[in-house]
Design a protein around this ligand. Structure first.
Ligand SMILES: Nc1ncnc2c1ncn2[C@@H]1O[C@H](COP(=O)(O)OP(=O)(O)O)[C@@H](O)[C@H]1O
Ligand SMILES: [Mg+2]
Length: 362
């Protein structure tokens, strides 16, 4: 597959503080890539390097196989959309869209055509004569996207574009951005700290911690087969349940032991032999723990319901078992009073095992 953007051994330091270190990343042509991580992990810094707003300390950046490391932002074929919209307040929407093209000395009929197309795609036609102050947050962000759209760029860069919007608008505009990508098929690089945006929008997610990409994969792979404890804990709400314990051997088979209780590991596909005595962390998502009638034969353990959190479609139970408190997701119609005893079992085929020391997936 052709690469649209390639980042080679990129490092960036602000004085003595290294924000990015030897970072490598290939983004495919037409791909929607999400950079996901908590605040301060270096997402904007990386995006700003791609945009040309920051100079890397070391390394190269290629866009469409052209080394753009030292090119001006305007020559890179990128369009950027910021969280803060960055619209010109004194200009109308129409002027905000056309201004950059006028500066680039594009003929007026061409400018008009591009503005018309962008305003049609983003449905902002009725707003063209207004100024930013007369727009809602969602409308302002549409105009900011429109400004990237009229430039007919190869690559769109989004830096937390929905973070300033309220929850309802955020989910609406999220769908529109996804539709925009399906329609335009441009390469899009999208920075967010919001795991839902990452899971719903991305073709691939690059999940970052302290300037280092922890895993680059399809969202479903990141969700189901996290490479390490950090990725496992970052994605998923409520968080994956983590049980500290160790591998023991029962009847020649490895089992997971925690607080003196054994759990069969049958069904778990380990990438290396599970030797007895190894300290591990077992991870199980709330929807991968079965209770009562959902337990499919095999081994079941007795647990006690501590609290339930009904959420309409789902019901979240907090179970006490073997010194752990675990969340279990069940259907909203199934209710349990606190103190109820239930049978529970892990779906080991969907579980994750991590080495307690390296924190890497086993
Ligand atoms: N101009 C700067 N000078 C010094 N440190 C900076 C500067 N810009 C960002 N940083 C630091 O770099 C780190 C990464 O910042 P940033 O890329 O903005 O994170 P993110 O976008 O993931 O929240 C943070 O610790 C931040 O404080
Ligand atoms: Mg940022």
């Amino acid at each position: 597959m052709a690469n649209s953007v390639s980042i080679r051994d990129l490092s960036l330091s602000f004085g003595a503080v290294t924000v990015l270190k030897d970072l490598n990343l290939d983004i495919h042509d037409g791909e929607f890539l999400v950079l996901l991580g908590s605040s301060g992990c270096g997402k904007s810094t990386l995006l700003n390097c791609i945009a040309g707003l920051l100079e890397p300390t070391e390394g190269q950046i290629y866009i469409k196989d052209r080394n753009v490391t030292w090119e001006e932002p305007k020559d890179r074929g990128i369009g950027m959309v910021f969280q803060s919209y960055a619209l010109y307040p004194q200009m109308t929407v129409e002027k905000n869209l056309s201004f950059g093209l006028q500066v680039a000395k594009m003929p007026k009929p061409d400018i008009d055509k591009r503005v018309a197309r962008a305003s049609e795609i983003l449905q902002i036609g009725p707003l063209l004569k207004r100024k930013p102050a007369e727009l809602s947050g969602g409308q302002r962000q549409r105009v900011a996207i429109g400004r990237a759209l009229v430039r007919d760029v190869d690559v769109f860069l989004f830096d937390e574009p929905l973070s300033n919007l309220d929850a309802k608008l955020r989910s609406e505009l999220r769908v529109e951005i996804k539709r925009l990508h399906q329609q335009l098929k441009n390469t899009m690089i999208y920075v967010t700290h919001d795991q839902i945006e990452a899971l719903t929008l991305a073709d691939r997610i690059a999940i970052m911690k302290s300037g280092v990409i922890q895993q680059l994969d399809d969202p479903i792979v990141i969700y189901n087969r996290p490479k390490n404890l950090f990725v496992a804990g970052f994605i998923g709400s409520p968080s994956m349940n983590f049980l500290r314990g160790e591998i023991s051997e029962v009847d020649g088979r490895p089992v997971f032991t925690t607080h003196g209780v054994n759990f069969s590991l049958a069904g778990y596909q380990a990438s290396e032999p599970l030797s007895a005595g190894r300290k591990v962390v077992l991870g199980a998502r709330p929807e991968h723990i079965a209770i009562d009638s959902d337990v499919m034969g095999g081994e079941a353990h007795e647990a006690v319901v501590d609290i339930e959190e009904p959420m309409g479609a789902d019901n979240l139970l907090w179970l006490k078992h073997a010194g752990h408190l675990m969340s279990v997701r069940i259907g909203g119609a199934r209710r349990y009073a606190p103190g109820s005893r239930v049978r529970m079992a892990f779906d080991m085929s969907m579980a994750s095992l991590f080495d307690a020391e390296t924190e890497d997936r086993i």
